[in-house]
Design a protein around this ligand. Sequence first.
Ligand SMILES: NC(=O)c1ccc[n+]([C@@H]2O[C@H](COP(=O)([O-])OP(=O)(O)OC[C@H]3O[C@@H](n4cnc5c(N)ncnc54)[C@H](OP(=O)(O)O)[C@@H]3O)[C@@H](O)[C@H]2O)c1
Length: 397
Amino acid sequence: MRHGVIFIVVFFIFSGAKIVLFPEMAKFFYYFSSLFALRFQIKLYFCTTMMNDEKYMRRCFALAENGIYYAAPNPMVGCVIVKDDTIISEGFHQCCGENHAERNAILRIDDKTALKGSTLYVNLEPCSHYGKTPPCADLISQYPFERVVVCNLDPNPLVSGRGIEKISKAGIKVTTGVLEKEGRLLNRRFFTFMEKRRPFVILKWAQTRDGFMDIDRNDDSQKTYWITNQKLKCEVHKWRTQEAAIMVGTQTVVNDDPQLTARLWHGNNPVRVAIDRNGRIPSTAYILDGSCPTIIYTENSEMKCSEKLQYVVVNFDNLLDEILTDLWNRKIQSIIVEGGLRLLNTFIEQQLWDEARVLIGNKMFGKGLKAPSFPFVPNTVEQIDDDFICLYNAPEL
Ligand SMILES: NC(=O)c1ccc[n+]([C@@H]2O[C@H](COP(=O)([O-])OP(=O)(O)OC[C@H]3O[C@@H](n4cnc5c(N)ncnc54)[C@H](OP(=O)(O)O)[C@@H]3O)[C@@H](O)[C@H]2O)c1
């Protein structure tokens, strides 16, 4: 704006009155001011384009998020097609094995001539290989898009730049890296799984105001020990439906006999994971009931597997690495670790976590099992009635 005003004043002064008196000088200033105006217009064009790119990319994120329950182990992807600053079609990746976001958005347009001169926005690089569906880069290349705007490149070695290359070779302009950081955060499970070759790890526990995660089990007078309110219980069940697996330590199974299912929220149950080095878990435990896929890591090679219950023998000297590698091989993209103390501490000490969700209930135990000491500052704190949810991202996220 300021540049515009200066330009008009300069232009008026030098192309008007002075032109009669100093024609040579006027000519110089005329060219100078024209160049200046051109620079200003180019800058304005890029600013508007950048703002629009970000606006439509945010719409892609919003669409992509609809895939949170069923897209995994694929990433969450949304796509919008824009012409003359108007969205003419949208799509998202709904379920692993089904159409990708770009295909859904393109298929929704009956008259494909409408695609001429349009821009396709998508938050992950279009795929270039045959998976469960044909390559999206080939599909996009068939149509007269003017531009394709991408947020993140696909870290999958089968794609990794090849999708963009195919589209560029078809003569379509490609812009990458729009809201890259936000895109990585949206698909943090997918990026961690691809880049670190392990599932995305979420630690979760509940603690009282005075910092205890369990009562003193030797004390008969402390019978009620539920820490948080009903709304937080629902929230936790919702979280369970969003992750591929859920894990607890042996002592938690022995003491609490948790079901580890999502009963208060609609969605998939995660794969249940526990440790049982020497077969201490009683055969009556819910976790062994065969109602959901369950994996127990053990040293005991005599444990009997069944259809939904698998015992996997691992080396306990290198326990977490062995478990996370095994889960990675099973394409389990994320895991929520729900305690107890020793298991959580093992993840914290080995810095094998990406996110932590600490629920603080409005209770005081006075004594009992101390919650993990966790010297980090929460990224967000949310209050729900009298309880709090503190969310932490691991330092490098
Ligand atoms: N407030 C909450 O959010 C919350 C959540 C869950 C649990 N809890 C409470 O926490 C209590 C249990 O906690 P806890 O610390 O005693 O036990 P835990 O972490 O649930 O289980 C620990 C046990 O797992 C096995 N284990 C073997 N190697 C391990 C390793 N490297 N890392 C971790 N575990 C390994 C060991 O069993 P072996 O001795 O058989 O080898 C160990 O004793 C329960 O009473 C429960 O109520 C609270």
